[in-house]
Ligand binder design. Structure first.
Ligand SMILES: [Fe+2]
Length: 242
């Protein structure tokens, strides 16, 4: 029996087909379909339910790479990077089952912006704060410097043969003066490592993304607006490498 989320993803694929036919009709159709899949009683129901070219449901069929904001911007790694994080063959970043709102992030790693080419077997190293705004550990160095149980929400996902990745996690909480964000390092053989951050802003968040968080030119694409489907926040982001 097909699950509700699979039906919703299927519906989103159907909506994406309309992208090539009529962008305005897509917005109308996607709003109706995704609205029907949302849970009115969810405690974050004031979150905008939207789809854009960079923020659709996870789907390997979303291979229209023409809508972008140029090359992915380099953003500093911050003080809490720990090297040697585990390789996540199942894409589950929350392998310690920390509480929080489910986040499913997916997309492609691409080379070029004029005629983007997917990059298979790229490594994407993620690290983030938990649902309370805490890092595990609250420090840097190597995983060898910490006990196994101190490491959480840190891991490496690899793109498949088509350059596609998907990671399941929890929505990072704001902390200090920083908005919700996830840190990322993208590694491709023969290319310089890309370090950057992705952002989320929900209704009610007190910390907003500012020019000090990200190069203003990258904000339209690196600030993600999630779609809420079956209590999971779905976001897509394609990394554009030089
Ligand atoms: Fe951070």
């Amino acid at each position: 029996m097909r699950s509700t989320i699979q039906r919703c993803v299927d519906l989103s694929i159907f909506a994406n087909i309309y992208l090539f036919m009529n962008r305005n009709l897509l917005v109308f159709t996607a709003t109706l379909l995704l609205g029907a899949c949302s849970h009115p009683g969810n405690n974050i129901s004031n979150t905008p339910l939207t789809t854009t070219s960079q923020n659709t449901s996870p789907s390997q069929s979303s291979t229209d790479f023409s809508a972008h904001c140029g090359y992915t911007t380099t953003i500093g790694q911050g003080p809490y990077y720990v090297s040697g994080a585990p390789l996540l063959t199942d894409g589950n970043l929350n392998y310690t089952n920390l509480p929080g709102d489910t986040l499913i992030l997916s997309g492609y790693v691409l080379e070029g912006i004029d005629n983007p080419t997917p990059i298979p077997h790229a490594q994407i190293d993620f690290w983030q704060a938990d649902g309370l705004g805490d890092y595990h550990p609250l420090g840097s160095g190597s995983v060898n410097d910490y006990g196994e149980k101190e490491i959480a929400l840190r891991g490496i996902v690899t793109t498949d043969d088509k350059g596609y990745y998907q990671v399941t996690s929890i929505l990072p909480k704001e902390y200090s003066r920083r908005p919700r964000h996830m840190h990322v390092k993208v590694r491709v053989e023969g290319k310089p490592e890309l370090t950057t951050q992705l952002y989320w802003q929900l209704d009610g968040d007190s910390n907003r993304v500012t020019a000090s968080d990200v190069n203003p030119s990258s904000q339209p694409c690196q600030v993600l607006t999630p779609t809420l489907v079956d209590d999971a926040f779905l976001s897509t982001y394609n990394f554009y490498l030089r």
